[in-house]
Write a new protein. Sequence first.
Length: 469
Amino acid sequence: LSKVKGIAVHAAVSDGAGGWYLGGRFEFVDDVATAPLVHILPNGRLDPDFSFSFGIGQVGTTIVRGLELSPSGVLYVVGEFGAIDGQPRSNAAAIDTTTGSLTPWAPAVASFQVNAVLLSGTTVFLGAGGLVAADAMTGAVQTLDGGFTVEAIAANDAGTTVYYGGSVLKAYDLTTQQVVFAWNPAPDGMVRALQISGSTVYVGGDFTTIGGQSRPYLAAVNANTGTASGWNPLPNGRIGALLLRGNTLYTGGAFTLMGAAVRRGYAEVDIVDASVGANDPRLNAPIQFAGIIPVVDTIAFADGRLMLGGGFNGYGAVNRRNIAALDAHTGAATDWAPDADNTVEGLLLDGNTLYARGTFGTIGGQARSRLAALDVTLNTNNATAFVADLNASARDMARAGTTLYAVGFFTSANGEPRSYIAAFDALTGSLSTWNPGADRSVYAIDIDGDFIYLGGDFTQINNQFRNKL
């Protein structure tokens, strides 16, 4: 598995063929300079044909923070960047992974960064100063709710309600096109991750109370009333990543305990009784940050494996920098090792492709700037032909069709101006001409049908007033 050098892998998503797309804050993969977006092939090697250059965003960084891959192969990329391959992309972009080219999709996201992306139907929801909906085809944007930071977006099984969290935790009824003001769990700190199962919304973040109860960092709230249930796992630090499969909630963050169990940055929690699973990868802190605890920012699942991205140097005696794969049943290390040179902050799985966002510059054996695609069937040198380049971090990603949308802090994508939101060909990473643009960062994205929802700090999308959503 490839070696990723940098701060973290923030996002990862399967390419559907055994590989992965990775995004984050890294500069090297297998000692090859990369953009913060790479594709790792099924054999674990960096995909040399998937390569993009990212332009710096308004905050002066190039980070991929979110990835979402559509069923048709479009990789949505979000974070902090201003252009991809010289084409303007304001923290969000879409890449056609079939052709490896950036798509025209370039919503005008008025936010310094995009933290989250969710594809639902033909709508890409973005977390960019609120909840924003962007059309997955045209990039036309609509602010649904604004005035706050959005870090996470999730939709219920029926696709009728979108839940979004950050500096607030709220719900939006897609049928009435109205915020559900009666639903107000009122967390006292940031919300960073959401998962939904039936009538329960699982929430992770920095809060200590939510839904009228003391629930440090991790809670289950009723999707209809907003009240917290009795479920209370009690981690001792921030939760930044959640993945629900069956009765197990896979959790990542900056903690050392889950209840009474010692767990460093990663734990498996039963959603029925809050018991902690036996699997413990014993993550190590990044070597450049001695004394700092390891952090898991993103979790994805593919072919019986759990993909972890964040800031760590390995687990136990196994060397894995910032991204790793575990056997989902035993917790043992697999041979899959893309090795990001910096942080992986988000993962988006689509089939055998894992899209990753972060601050890395290399991953999967290839240079990938903050956004990448990795082949989950390959152990090393597994970056795919998807090559995107953001000049600052992506905060979220979503895929619709053959397009990958990214949102975040960037102001260029693949060398072209893209204000905080961009669309890429999900196979090649080529930049789409779709370019709505925002005036500030976009943090979250979700797609539903023809609409892309965005949340962030923006006040304008595509030169139209849209206050953070």
